[in-house]
Design a protein around this ligand. Sequence first.
Ligand SMILES: *[C@@H]1O[C@H](CO)[C@@H](O)[C@H](O)[C@H]1NC(C)=O
Ligand SMILES: *[C@@H]1O[C@H](CO)[C@@H](O)[C@H](O)[C@H]1NC(C)=O
Ligand SMILES: *[C@@H]1O[C@H](CO)[C@@H](O)[C@H](O)[C@H]1NC(C)=O
Ligand SMILES: *[C@@H]1O[C@H](CO)[C@@H](O)[C@H](O)[C@H]1NC(C)=O
Ligand SMILES: *[C@@H]1O[C@H](CO)[C@@H](O)[C@H](O)[C@H]1NC(C)=O
Length: 554
Amino acid sequence: MSASVWIYQVLACILVIFVNTGCCRNPRRQSLQKYEKSESYMLLCTDCSQTPLIQKSRSQEHCARKCKMKNFSCRAFNYQRHNRKCHLLPFDRFTHGVQKQANINFTLYEKKEYVRECISGTKDSYRGRRSWTKSNITCQAWSDNNINEHTFNPDRYRMQDLRENFCRNPNNDPGGPWCYTTDPNVRAEECGIPQCSQDVCMRCNGEDYRGKVDQTESGKECQRWDSKWPHAHRFQPKKYRDKDLRDNYCRNPDNRLRPWCYTMDPRTPWEYCSITVCDSEPSEDTDVNTALSCIQGDGTNYRGTMNITPEGVTCQRWDSQFPHNHSFLPINFKCKDLRENYCRNPDGADYPWCFTTDPNLRIAKCTHISRCDAEATAKIECYEDNGAMYRGTLSTTRSGIPCADWSPHINSGDSHSTISHVGLERNHCRNPDRDKHGPWCYTSPNNRLVWDYCKLKQCESATVAPQPNNLTRPKISCFVHINTRIVGGHEVRGTDGSWVVSIQREKVHLCGGSLIREDWVLTDQQCFTSCLERTVAPGGLCVCLATTEMLFET
Ligand SMILES: *[C@@H]1O[C@H](CO)[C@@H](O)[C@H](O)[C@H]1NC(C)=O
Ligand SMILES: *[C@@H]1O[C@H](CO)[C@@H](O)[C@H](O)[C@H]1NC(C)=O
Ligand SMILES: *[C@@H]1O[C@H](CO)[C@@H](O)[C@H](O)[C@H]1NC(C)=O
Ligand SMILES: *[C@@H]1O[C@H](CO)[C@@H](O)[C@H](O)[C@H]1NC(C)=O
Ligand SMILES: *[C@@H]1O[C@H](CO)[C@@H](O)[C@H](O)[C@H]1NC(C)=O
C-alpha cells in the first residue's frame, strides 16, 4: 500500500468520524451479521463433553468476535446481559442433549450456518445436518475410510466441521456441499442443498415470507433490522412485531413489490431480494374468507365495490395509466384484487384509496367506506324508497316493542284496502300501505301503541342519488297512515269516518287536508301548486283537490 493511499484512508476515516461517529466501530457493528438472535433465550447442554467458555466482554458484538477464535469451535453464544458475560458454546441447538431455554437474563446468538438447511450465496459455509446426496445415497462418515477412501480427516480439517456424515464443502467445490457416499460405485457426490432463495417460496408480494434469504438480488449483504448501521431506518423489529423483522432476513414489512432489505453497502440504502415465487398462487376462494365489504384496520382486506371518492369523483381503473400513470399494475399485485376501479389498499396505506379520473387529483382516500366495527355496533338496516319492498326479518318497533303477527290483520277480508298482502310474513316489519316513514308493524293487542314504526333507515344510496331536475323545488310529503288510527279510543278502518292529512314540506307541517276518498285529499289551494280541480268553496275559500299520489310524488 503506498503512503498516499494510506493517508487518504486516514483522512477518509476522520471525515466520516465527523459525519458519523460510527466510522471506526464498523467492524464491531458488522460482527453480528452472521448470527440468528433469540432475545431472552439461552442454549443449555446437560451432557455435553465440551463445556461453554465463559468470558468477560464489552458487548454482544465483542462476544461475536470472540466466537471466531481459531482454537475453539464456537457455534453460538449466550450473552448474559447484566454482567456482560459471553458463554461461548461449542455446541448448537441440534447437538444431543441441548435445550433452548427461555431465560430473561440472556440473549442467544447462534451462527446461522448451524441452524439453517439452505445456502446463502456462493461463499456459504454449510453446517447443516443433511447426510444424503442429491441422488439419495447415504453419506459416509468423514472419519470413515471403509467404503470410499479419502484424506479429508476431521482432525486435519478442524475448521471445516467434518462431523458425522453431514454434507460439507471442505475444498470449496463450486457445486456446493458434498460427501463421500456409502455406495462403493459412487465415490463422492454433491448433496444438492437448496439455495435459501429457493428453499422457501413466497406468495403474493411476499408479505408473509419468513424464509432465510439474507442478501439482495445483486448479491449485497443485508443489514440487520435491529441495527442502525450503515442505514438508519424506521423498521425497528420491536415496533413491527407481526412483520418478523428477524436478523437480516429479507422481508416486506411495507407492502413493496417483493421482500427487500437495507444493505451493508453505505451507497445502497435498500434493494429487493430475489426469492422464488410459489407455483400455486392462492386461489380466489381462500381470499374470500378474509374479504370484507367494510373496513377493518387499514382496509387491506377490503374487497367491496366503492369506486367513487368522498367528493364524488370516479376512480381511475387500476389497469389504466390515464389520467394518472402509476406502478400499481394489477399483474404486479396479484393478491390485492386491483379490479376495475374499486378503492383498494395495495400498499399498506391507512385507508383504501384510488387514483381519480380528475387529472388534477391524483389520489383520493375512500374514507367514506364504513368501518366494520361501526357497522357491527350501530347496524341499522335500511330500505329503498318507502320500504314497501323491505323483506328483512326485523320484528321490533323503534322503541323495541315486539311486533305482532300480520295474519289476524290480513284475514280481515277487506277487498277495498290499499294494503298489499305481499310479503306480510310472520311479524316482520313491513310497509304494506307504502307509508312515507317506512316499514312498521302491529304490536300485541294489549299494548298502548297499536302499531309503530320499526328501527330502520332509508338507504343512503337512495337519498344521495342525484336529485331529478330541480334542486330548489321543495319536496312535499304526505304523512298519512291509511290503515289504522285512533278515533274515540277504538280502532277504525281507512274507509270509516273522516281523515285528517298533514301536508309537509321538508318534514315541516304546511297545511292540513281531508282525505275524502282513499286516494284523494281536499286541501287549500296555496298548499299545493298542481291541483286537479280548483273550486271556490262556500264562504269564498279556495280549495284544491289532489290525489295522494300527487302528494307523494311531488
Ligand atoms: C485460544 O488461543 C488464545 C490465544 O491465541 C488463548 O488466549 C486462549 O486461551 C485459547 N483458548 C482455548 C480454548 O484454547
Ligand atoms: C435473572 O437474574 C437475576 C439476578 O440478576 C436473578 O435473580 C433471576 O433469577 C435471573 N432469572 C433467571 C430466569 O435466571
Ligand atoms: C431416499 O431414500 C430413503 C431411504 O433410504 C427414502 O425413505 C426416501 O423416500 C428417499 N427419498 C427420495 C427423494 O427418493
Ligand atoms: C409517469 O410518467 C412520467 C413522465 O412520463 C415519468 O417520469 C414517471 O416516472 C412516470 N411514473 C410512473 C409511476 O410510472
Ligand atoms: C330551477 O327552477 C328555477 C325556477 O323554477 C329555474 O330558474 C332554474 O333554472 C331551475 N334550475 C335548474 C337546474 O333546472
